[in-house]
Ligand binder design. Structure first.
Ligand SMILES: Cc1ncc(COP(=O)(O)O)c(C=O)c1O
Length: 399
């Protein structure tokens, strides 16, 4: 089907929640690259918004998915499932969690985490602890509870009354956190490195203080690692940068390398679900977990977290060098391969389009920030070719 017909179908049959899409359709991918129906090659520095950690058509992931589909795709979790057991063990062996529950997306994982925190308190007899504190500029998903958790008003539009008992406070403000706590406080949910608001890592000291307060007051500390987890920031999990361990953390996006799978990961003490408390038809199905195993194994066996971190550091350092002489860059933020480039002018979309024309896929957040979240297989040469392309585009504005 040609692009014109697809656009016609899309307009007529699809609910337009994504606005005007970029004028391209990809037919296939390989490694760092996506190829369009017009046979143009694009370096994918967005990875489906932090999803395709192994790039495209990675043989280990592809073969694992093919092998599993040949055995069986689905089986209810009413029965034992080998890939589910193996993936749960791999996540536990490599993180601070003791127990895992599998879901299908980031929002669903966060819903699961919120439910788990409430169940933890209910089972302790703390019947009044149901309020969840989150941060302003956070993003936790699109279900009704997770939009209420999301501290950005633009996502609340049309959904009043919001699911009650969520409140958002400014980030890195320990006084605001202390003031927000009351006898109803159940949990504090944070992204250690906020993604959707343009890559904003929290202060290490702040997170440490939060950990201490949560310990002292029996507040469940939930880290939303849907975007920053799975090696994205140069460590397997984002919490490793902060010298603390969350009570519960959530994953999705890169966990299946493009196949939908999410996880709620909890320490024993907080893993309070019992039979009947939670469930999912598709969550933890054999195919999703086979994909997750392939991703985990490849990240670890091929040292992709370390190599991604090396390339990420180089990109960040190179961008910072450019910034010294370029009035158009206000700030470079990020860790590993989760990088935000804040511009001094509202030209992010324009620059994004120019990069696209030159064969680079990046994201933009709001009017001023570019975001790059490349696959972890990116090489130094590929990272630097993006930096050079961006530098040349920015020069056009100054000339
Ligand atoms: C930090 C964070 N949490 C949750 C979500 C929601 O994930 P999903 O779209 O898979 O529901 C996202 C998606 O961008 C995210 O970045």
């Amino acid at each position: 089907m040609d692009l014109q017909t697809i656009k016609q179908y899309d307009k007529q049959y699809f609910m337009n929640t994504y606005g005007e899409r970029t004028n391209v359709m990809f037919t296939h991918g390989k490694g760092m690259y996506l190829f369009s129906s017009e046979n143009k090659k694009y370096m994918d520095l967005l990875a489906g918004i932090a999803v395709s950690a192994l790039g495209h058509a990675h043989p280990t992931l592809t073969n694992a998915i093919i092998a599993q589909t040949k055995k069986y795709i689905h089986c209810s979790s009413l029965y034992y499932i080998e890939p589910q057991a193996i993936l749960a063990k791999k996540l536990v062996d490599n993180s601070c969690a003791d127990k895992i529950f599998f879901s299908n997306s980031g929002a669903e994982s966060n819903e699961g985490a919120i439910k788990l925190a409430r169940v933890y308190h209910k089972k302790k007899g703390n019947l009044n602890k149901y309020e969840i504190i989150t941060l302003e500029k956070s993003f936790h998903g699109r279900t009704l509870a997770t939009i209420a958790a999301t501290g950005q008003e633009k996502y609340h539009k049309h959904y009043d009354p919001l699911t009650p008992k969520f409140k958002s406070i400014p980030k890195n403000d320990i006084k605001a956190f202390k003031e927000a706590i009351n006898e109803n406080t159940c949990a504090f949910m944070i992204e250690p490195i906020q993604g959707e608001s343009g890559v904003n890592p929290l202060d290490i000291d702040y997170v440490k203080q939060v950990r201490t307060i949560c310990d002292d007051l029996d507040i469940v500390l939930i880290f939303d690692e849907v975007q920053c987890g799975m090696g994205r920031t140069g460590t397997l999990f984002g919490y490793e940068h902060f010298g603390v361990k969350p009570d519960i953390f959530t994953l999705a996006k890169a966990l299946g390398g493009g196949f939908p799978v999410g996880a709620v990961c909890a320490k024993d003490k907080f893993a309070s679900f019992e039979p009947g408390d939670h469930g999912s038809t598709f969550g933890g199905n054999p195919l999703a977990c086979a994909a997750g195993i392939a991703v985990m194994d490849t990240l670890i066996n091929d040292n992709l977290v370390q190599s991604g971190n090396t390339v990420g550091k180089l990109i960040i350092d190179s961008l910072k060098t450019i910034m010294e002489n370029c009035l158009l860059i206000k700030e470079i933020r990020g860790m590993g391969l989760m990088i935000g480039i804040e511009l001094t002018k509202p030209i992010a979309k324009e620059i994004n389009n120019k990069l696209f024309d030159q064969g680079f896929l990046v994201g933009s957040v709001g009017e001023n920030t570019l975001r790059i979240l490349p696959p972890l297989i990116i090489t130094i040469e590929e990272g630097l070719s993006f930096v050079t392309a961006l530098e040349n585009i920015l020069k056009e504005y100054i000339a």
